[in-house]
Design a protein around this ligand. Sequence first.
Ligand code: S3P
Length: 431
Amino acid sequence: MRLKVQPARRPLSGDYRPPGDKSVSHRAAIFGGLAEGETEIHGFLDSADTRATLEAMAALGAEVSESNGVIRMRGGHLQAPAGDLDLGNSGTGMRLLTGALAGHPDLFGASIRLVGDESLSARPMARIIEPLRTMGADIDSTDGRAPLTVRPRRLRGIRHALPVASAQVKSALLLAGLNADGVTELTEPGISRDHTERMLPTFGGRLERGKLQCRLDGGQHLIGTLCRVPGDLSSAAFALAAGLIVEGSVIQLTEVGLNPTRDGVLRIVELMGAGLERTVLTANDEEPAGHLQVRSGKLSGVDVAAELVPLAIDEFPVLMALAACADGTTRVRGAEELRVKESDRLAVMCRELAKLGVRVTEYPDGADISGGPVRGGRVDSHGDHRIAMSLAVLGLVADGSVEIENAEWIRTSYPGFVDDMRALGAEMEWL
Ligand code: S3P
């Protein structure tokens, strides 16, 4: 489907509440299925990706029901699924589940196939398969990619240094470590999102943490609990970016997750000169959240420091769109991980921005993006939800309408995107 965006004719304004956090929703579904007894999840993200994980947990024997937007799960006793587990487009679902299943004692003797769509089947899985095999896991892949076949069996804990800062790899290994013999100890080269580490203790799990280390004992027993999923900062980033670039806009973003391992986008836009006011609501060990007020204003290009890259990893498509509206040049480096997301986000953003007249230079691990006038035109999401939404935001300041092909992929993370943007005053329609 094609999404048509008209240049904004008036400022955007209003209160905006983002949908539930995708990363936290995946984890809540997985922990809810693993934990004994009842788990209640409030604010679960209703999207294709998170549904796929929830359905996989149901196929693995968790009881799942839903009423008034609250998900209830009864877990703790897994069984082999009747068919393949289809994780659709979701790298988080596939990687975390593979770790959770690899050593699960209820599933010993089973053979479980995890499949995904074309994009997911092209993404690297060796990054989890190799360390899981070191733990003793029996996993087959197709040249290091999905489909994966997991034959759960007894694992042993490992001490492992992750070569890239990846919350998915870290979480897969922690989930495997919960069922392993002995201790699993991980070290990361940089900070990545810590939702798994924050959620585990709420399910009665035990974990020790340092800045770049975490360590847990195997043989843990999880107990169901109440989970509250905060608003997704990665989804809110689109409204935030729109509010920054459409002249005269003032938007109040409410109940947004402000986890410091995820807030790189806020730090980067602040360095670009954005006016943001934060009101922190919760600053506990679970997921911090708060309100953000965004006002449009002049932005300047920046050199994005490499250590901020993992903290804003999903926001680079929209940050690149913002850079196209800033004075001067924004330089991103150390971001080669963007090439193995739902699309090669460096290549795709550079190509699509250029179609709208933006001056970009692509590098193996980043890009230079210069601000200037943005033309209307036709672009393509390349099957990537965040590319589609980033280009839609940029369309609000183009000199003519922008049409985005294959924009229906937005459903993977944010089915309500177009309605939410319209509620703020943007003109967008499905063609
Ligand atoms: C995620 C981790 C990140 C991020 C992805 C969600 C998670 O991936 O890009 O959208 O929920 O753990 P990597 O771990 O591959 O960096």
